[in-house]
Design a protein around this ligand. Sequence first.
Ligand code: NDP
Length: 477
Amino acid sequence: MSREVLQDWICGEPVDTVSLEGPSLQDPNTGDLTEPMVSARSESITRALSTAAEVHRTGAWSGLQPHVRADILDQIANALEGETETLAELGAATTGVVISQTERFAGLVPLIFRKAGALVRDQALSTYDGPFGAVEVHRLPLGPALCIAPWNAPTAIAAHKVASALAAGCPTILKPSEWTPHTANVLARAIHKTELPAGTFQLVHGRGDVGARLTDDERVRAVSFTGGLAGGRAVAVSCAQQMKPAQLELGGNNPLIVLRDADVDVAADGIVTALTRLNGQWCRALGRVLIHRSLEGQVLEAVGGRLRSLRLGHSLKPESEMGPLIHRGHFEQVQGRIDELCTLGGTAHSWTPKPEAPGFFCPGTLITGCAPNLTTEEVFGPVASVHAFDTEAEMFELAHQAPYGLAAYIFGDEERSLEWARRFEIGSTKINGVTVTSLNPEAPRSAWRLSGLGVEGHRETYDFFRGIGVVGVAGRN
Ligand code: NDP
C-alpha cells in the first residue's frame, strides 16, 4: 500500500512539510520505524491563518447560495466514495485497529459529507413574533474554524468536524494527530478535486505546539478538539482568554454494569466488545465492570471463554478480530498501568493468545481485586477493572466514582436498567448491548465532567460552528 507524501494544503495548494526530530511513526504490527513525523513550516501556518481570515472576510464560501454549498459538500462525498478502501487500509496500518473495523469507519466518511450537505439544504429561518413584526433568528458562520483530531479513529472524527464546519460556512483548518497523519492527506486530496473555493479547507500538520499556536490565534474563531484531558485543558484555557467557543470531546472511564438478573452470555458478549473494539482505544471503551456479586464468577468465566478464542493478529488481515496498540510509547504506558494496578493489589487476567510477532500486541485484560478508588483514571487500552457490588445503590455510587461521564452500559432487566440509566449523569447509556456507533446517529452525544464540554452530533456540531444574530424592528418606545 502506497502512502501519501505528507504535505500541508494551504490556500488550495500542496506545500512541503518538515520532518521532526523525536518520535517516529511506527508499524504497530511489527514495531518497525516507518517514517519521521512531520510538521508545517512556520510560514505555512501563518499563511493558513491569513488565508482562512481572507476567505471569511470576502465571503468566498459563506457567501455562496446554500444549495451551491450543499452541492459542493456532495462533490466531496462523491470524491471520497473512491477513497474508502485506501482510508480503511491506512487506518488499519497506522492505528493497529483491524481492517474489518476501519472499513466500517471509512464507509461512513462520504455519508458524513452528504449529511452535512443535507443540513445546509434544510435551512429554515426561525422567527418569533415581535411588536413591530417578526423577530428573526439568523445563524451565521463564526469564522475560521480549527478542527483538532486524535489518532484513534482519525478519519471519521476529522471528517465529522470538517464537514460540520464547512456546512456552517466556516473556512476550516484541520490539524490531524501526527501519529496518524495519512488519512488527513487523502481527505485533503479528495476535497481539492471539487469546486470548493481555494483556501476554504486547509490541512496543517504538526504536533501539539502547532495545535496550540493555531488555537491561540485570534483569527481562529471556534475550535473543535477531540483528544485527551491535557490537550483539552490547554485548548479550553486558550479559548477562554478570547471567549472563543471550544467543543471538547475528551476521554472516559466508562462503567459496564451487570445487574443481578442479567443474562450472563449477553453481558459477557458486551464486555468483550467494549474491551476489545478498536483495541480498547476508543473514548467509549470499557473502563470498569461493575458486577452484582452473585454473578461475578459466572461472568468472568464466560468472558474468559470468549477471549480465549478471540483472534488477536495483524491489523490488515481480514480474519483478525483485534490488533496491536498504536505505538511503543502507548503500549508501554498501557502495560505499565497493568503492572501498577497489580502492585496495588490487583490480579490481571488475560486469556487471548498473543501472536508470534514483534508488534505491540496487548490482549484484553481484566483486573480483579483492586480497590475501586484506585481505578478511576482512563487507561485508553484493552484493560478494565472489575468490582463487585451488593446493592444497586452501591452500583450507582461506583458508576459515578470516576471523574468522567461519557458512556455507560447496563445489562439486566430492561425496564429497571432504563430506570437507572435515566438517572445517570453520563452522556449516553446503552442497555443490554455494546456498539461503537451511537444508539441513533441523529441523536445528540453529550459528555459530563472531565469527558468534555459541548454537545456532539450532526446538527449539534453544525450549530457549534454558527453564531446567532437576532434581528427585528424595535419601534420607538
Ligand atoms: P491527544 O490529546 O494527545 O491529542 C489530540 C490532538 O490534539 C492531536 O492532534 C494532538 O496532536 C493535539 N494536541 C495535543 N496537545 C495539544 C495542545 N496543547 N493544543 C492543541 N492541540 C494539541 O489525544 P490522543 O490523540 O492521544 O487521543 C486519545 C484521547 O482522545 C483519549 O483520552 C480518548 O479518550 C480521547 N478521545 C475522545 C473521543 C470523544 O469523542 N470524546 C473520541 C476519541 C478519543 P499530536 O497527536 O500530533 O501531538
